[in-house]
Design a protein around this ligand. Structure first.
Ligand code: BYC
Length: 330
């Protein structure tokens, strides 16, 4: 459903004026969170909870849509009919995830047009990983296996969070992502067990993507700006470092068992602490990329702008027919 049907509680005048919450309401809200209750759009919520959720869900929605671009560019070049069909379905799913997440963000009061405008103007962020090129088919397999795997670690955790519409969207997304990982892994293994040049192509792609994947979970906890508050309000259910560790635990063994290497000589699991040790990724590069200056930021935004401008008449036609015939949009 787009553009209607949800009731949301507008921020009160006081909240808008000074962003201060009524302490009694705030205590009651935090008690609900503490008891594991879900917060729904019509419920009272602190100004900052709403603002943070809009930021996070909106960024997530943009990431899904922008994330379809590197893989989408390979639909015409996928090796064989079966891989092509699977890739078309996956790309379509990712756009559907964007739709679910924009719907969830809209329940908090920010119109979709405003979110799209903020993406196109560079005001809103989206995941760092989609600002790198997919140079070969092996890059597509790395995205399908490892980026989807990283995403699922994050999404499974947050689907247990406090905001009902986001959690329900994430649950549905996780079902589809679980299938994406399977098709990604299948394509990844096919190259790993293939010819010498296929293995080499895969190894090179893995080397290119490793650092962006390490960045994917966000800065180290000590440098994370929002984690503390988001975790207190159960929006974020695991810290950046915890998610990074969980990802390494589950997926590094799967990579190594295929006799592939990772471009970090210090990557190893410390058996005493149970924690993975690794070379600190280049955080300067991370901040450059998320602030708009990565290898493909300009290209990705230009593609998105083109789609927005050239798709305008389709959206307008749908809105007109909906108004004319009162057809509910699914
Ligand atoms: N990329 O305080 P922190 C998919 C920003 S798509 C960009 O730790 P937070 C798929 C952060 O926004 C799904 N920016 O932040 C699709 C903040 O900046 P602002 C992708 C990042 O929010 C197609 C600043 O750094 N998943 O699966 O507590 C094909 C400080 O960070 C990133 C999501 O989008 C980043 N990686 O935690 C295949 C998950 N990391 O806003 C697959 C949703 C940090 O203050 N997002 N920043 O200017 C999240 O769960 C959280 O935002 C993060 C970061 C865990 C990523």
């Amino acid at each position: 459903m787009y553009g209607g049907g949800y009731i949301f509680s507008e921020p009160t005048q006081k909240e808008q004026d000074d962003h201060l919450d009524d302490p009694v309401m705030l205590a009651a809200f935090e008690a609900r969170i503490g008891q594991g209750e879900k917060i729904e759009p019509q419920d009272w919520m602190p100004y900052e909870y709403r603002r943070q959720l809009i930021r996070l869900i909106e960024q997530h929605a943009h990431s899904e849509v922008m994330g379809a671009l590197p893989e989408g560019a390979w639909i015409t070049r996928a090796p064989g009919f079966r891989r092509k069909l699977a890739l078309i379905a996956k790309v379509q799913d990712e756009i559907g995830h964007g739709q679910l997440l924009y719907n969830a963000a809209e329940t908090l009061g920010k119109p979709r047009e405003a979110m799209i405008n903020d993406l196109l103007s560079g005001k809103s962020k989206y995941s760092n990983v989609f600002n790198y090129p997919a140079k070969t088919w092996a890059d597509v397999t790395v995205i399908g296996f490892l980026i989807d795997a990283a995403a699922i670690v994050n999404q499974v955790a947050n689907s247990k969070g406090s905001y009902g519409p986001y959690c329900r969207a994430l649950e549905r997304i996780c079902y589809e992502e679980s299938f994406h990982i399977k098709q990604g892994y299948d394509a990844f293994v096919a190259l790993a067990l293939g010819s010498a040049s296929q293995r080499q192509m895969l190894q090179q792609a893995l080397n290119r993507w490793w650092q962006p994947i390490m960045h994917f979970f966000g800065p180290a906890d000590k440098n994370s700006v929002h984690s503390e508050q988001l975790m207190r309000w159960k929006v974020k259910m695991a810290s950046n470092d915890a998610m990074r560790q969980q990802f390494l635990d589950s997926y590094v063994p799967k990579i190594w068992e295929l006799n592939l290497t990772l471009p970090d000589p210090y990557l190893k699991k410390n058996l005493e602490s149970g924690k993975w040790e690794f070379t600190e990724p280049d955080w300067e590069e991370f901040y450059k990329v998320i602030n708009g200056d990565g290898p493909c930021n300009a290209e990705r935004l230009a593609t998105r702008k083109y789609a927005e401008e050239h798709g305008h008449w389709v959206r307008q036609a749908l809105i007109n027919s909906r108004q004319q015939f009162a057809i509910p949009l699914a």
